[in-house]
Design a protein around this ligand. Structure first.
Ligand SMILES: NC(=O)C1=CN([C@@H]2O[C@H](COP(=O)(O)OP(=O)(O)OC[C@H]3O[C@@H](n4cnc5c(N)ncnc54)[C@H](OP(=O)(O)O)[C@@H]3O)[C@@H](O)[C@H]2O)[C@@H](O)CC1
Ligand SMILES: Nc1ncnc2c1ncn2[C@@H]1O[C@H](COP(=O)(O)OP(=O)(O)O)[C@@H](O)[C@H]1O
Ligand SMILES: [K+]
Length: 530
């Protein structure tokens, strides 16, 4: 029996709630309606948090330029200016001559009592150099692509790499529900705003974690402005949880990975920890399945069997010796094997060949066994259509495979529009999960995982670009299957799998090849206290 599987430690990786902008507004409104806190107080806290984060990183006061937009994001900017001025910074504040809402108007007035406000124009922006520029132009209230003078200001800021940029809530122009820039192509551009630091409030928004967001936000700080009570009281489910995408945070509750503890609790024998079957392809194509099988073992499945056609068994005679091999020639052979109820998870797709994957899909789906459908199995689904899967199927397409199975959703995802919010990876994954009836993990540095009932997880891992290496996806399938075999629910298995996968890559560092990933898992699990 596997020693690690006996342990009942707790995984302490924290998961943060992610709020859409609409939900964030609703929570703020509920807090203000309760009478316990006013909008002005929230704005004071928000601005003070931004100023505090700046002072922590740039302790020596310098010259700051604060750009204040027409709404409450601009209101935060006036608060930041006041706090920095009090801390000895030399300030230039550029603002608009509109009449903002009452809270922002109050903050503007408080700033005006101690300093000047020049017009927010490109000419003023260029007039004097600054060490630091605070972008408080647009936040969650952005509804359309910036135009005219403000667009020119943002383009200038995007090209200016000399001044440190600090974004209030987000770099202006970023759609916080999708991570795209309104009115601009979805792919990376050279003149996007790239903040060194972004301070957002209460919880991350999807746009901080998806698409262009992580790159353009720079360091992301989530400031507590005292809304927790109203967030937790919200009736409608949150959009999901995302990991703190760098460092495990032992201070936060471990709801995201608690299921892993449950799955491993209680000792038991090897079958207690599940039996994963990894179906392999024909002779000469077995590497992908072997990677998945090794990963399933390392993820803690009690047993793992590799199932190539009998003629290809010889290819798999090397290590690991812990791996069992069993010839699976065709659909009948698979149906017979799955009569063994102890097989608790199956991987179909990596290196399988589309024809074989298509043939094995029917008996696999008929057995209603938790399974991971990856690579060639996803392509096989494209031909037959994604309907008729079940929630214990975890579909793991990358963007290209997703487009094969859900071409209409992929087309929407590529669209750009002058109005927000953009159709997001969250929308696409949710729609695909609902349509297929399966749990869907849309791969990428910003992995999105959706269950058919609408539950959602985001796993953002932009700090490990070396994970984009051949075979990494096969390892991910194996990890998820290992966790499914151990009894994790599909959404938990997929989300925890993505998390362990990236953590293994992070721990290994650059130079990683997919073969290195499974063997990093024990150290990762140990780090997490599992
Ligand atoms: N609620 C609270 O108490 C708290 C809120 N907080 C802060 O408030 C921020 C949200 O504030 P917000 O809702 O006022 O939106 P914001 O991002 O300032 O922009 C909206 C303004 O921009 C305008 N506008 C939009 N698009 C435009 C365009 N393309 N070109 C030109 N104008 C455009 C839009 O005008 P309209 O669409 O009505 O024409 C409106 O005037 C949030 O990110 C956080 O920083 C914190 O203080 C915590 C407490
Ligand atoms: N730039 C990136 N940063 C972090 N992770 C990435 C990046 N690109 C891809 N990934 C992850 O690497 C894996 C690649 O899987 P996949 O595209 O199926 O590759 P393969 O087919 O070669 O195994 C996925 O888990 C994906 O989320
Ligand atoms: K901003």
């Amino acid at each position: 029996m596997r020693q690690s599987a006996q342990k009942t430690g707790s995984l302490r990786m924290g998961w943060a709630e992610v709020l859409t902008t609409a939900r964030m507004r609703a929570i703020e409104a509920a807090a203000m309606a309760s009478g316990a806190v006013s909008g002005a107080e929230l704005m004071e806290r928000a601005g003070a948090a931004v100023a505090g984060a700046i002072r922590l990183r740039w302790p020596r006061p310098g010259r700051a330029l604060v750009l204040c937009g027409p709404g409450n994001n601009g209101g935060d900017g006036y608060v930041v200016a006041r706090h920095l001025a009090q801390a000895g910074w030399r300030l230039r504040v550029l603002g608009m001559d509109n009449t903002p809402g009452p809270d922002a108007a109050l903050m503007k007035q408080r700033w005006a009592a101690i300093g000047a406000i020049a017009p927010l124009t490109l000419d003023q922006l260029r007039r004097k150099p600054a060490d630091l520029c605070v972008d408080a132009i647009f936040g969650t209230g952005l509804t359309r692509a910036p135009k005219g003078e403000i667009a020119a200001i943002l383009a200038h800021l995007g090209q200016d790499r000399a001044t440190e940029l600090v974004a209030v809530d987000c770099p202006s122009g970023l759609c916080l529900d999708s991570g795209g820039f309104l009115g601009r192509p979805r792919e990376a551009a050279t003149d996007e705003l790239r903040a060194r630091l972004t301070v957002a409030f209460d919880s991350p928004k999807p746009g901080h974690l998806l698409e262009r967001g992580p790159d353009c936000c720079g360091e992301l700080v989530i400031a507590d402005i005292g809304l927790r009570r109203w967030r937790e009281a919200a009736v409608a489910p949150m959009i999901g949880v995302a990991p703190s995408f760098d460092i495990p945070d032992s201070r936060r509750p471990a709801h995201g990975t608690a299921a892993l503890d449950k799955a491993r609790a209680g000792g038991g024998h090897k079958f207690t920890h599940g039996h994963a079957l990894v179906l392999a392809g024909g002779f000469g194509h077995g590497g992908a399945a072997r990677l998945a099988a090794r990963a399933a073992l390392r993820a803690g499945a009690g047993l793992v069997t590799l199932g190539p056609p009998r003629a290809a068994l010889i290819e798999h005679s090397g290590p690991p010796d812990a791996l069992m091999r069993r010839g699976v020639d065709d659909a009948d052979a698979l149906a017979a094997l799955l009569a063994d109820a102890r097989i608790s998870a199956v991987v179909l797709g990596p290196g399988c060949g589309v024809e074989r994957a298509a043939a094995l899909l029917d008996p696999l789906l008929a057995a209603e066994r938790p399974c991971v459908l990856d690579a060639d199995a996803v392509t096989a689904l494209a031909a037959r259509g994604p309907g008729g899967l079940h929630p214990a199927c975890v579909l793991t397409p990358h963007q290209g495979e997703f487009a094969r199975v859900f071409p209409d959703l992929a087309a929407k995802l590529a669209e750009t529009s002058p109005h927000g919010p953009f159709y997001s990876r969250i929308d696409a994954a949710r729609e695909a999960a609902a349509r297929s009836g399966a749990t869907l993990l849309l791969k990428g540095p910003d992995t999105v995982i959706a269950a058919p009932d609408g539950q959602l997880r985001i796993h953002s891992a932009f700090d490990v670009p070396w994970l984009a290496t051949a075979g990494a996806g096969d390892v991910l399938s194996g990890i998820i299957a290992g966790l499914l075999a151990r009894g994790l629910a599909p959404l938990d298995a997929a989300a925890t799998g993505a998390l362990l996968h990236a953590a293994a890559a992070r721990r290994f560092g650059p130079g990683l090849i997919a073969d290195d990933l499974p063997d990093m898992l024990p150290a990762v699990l140990r780090d997490l206290g599992a």
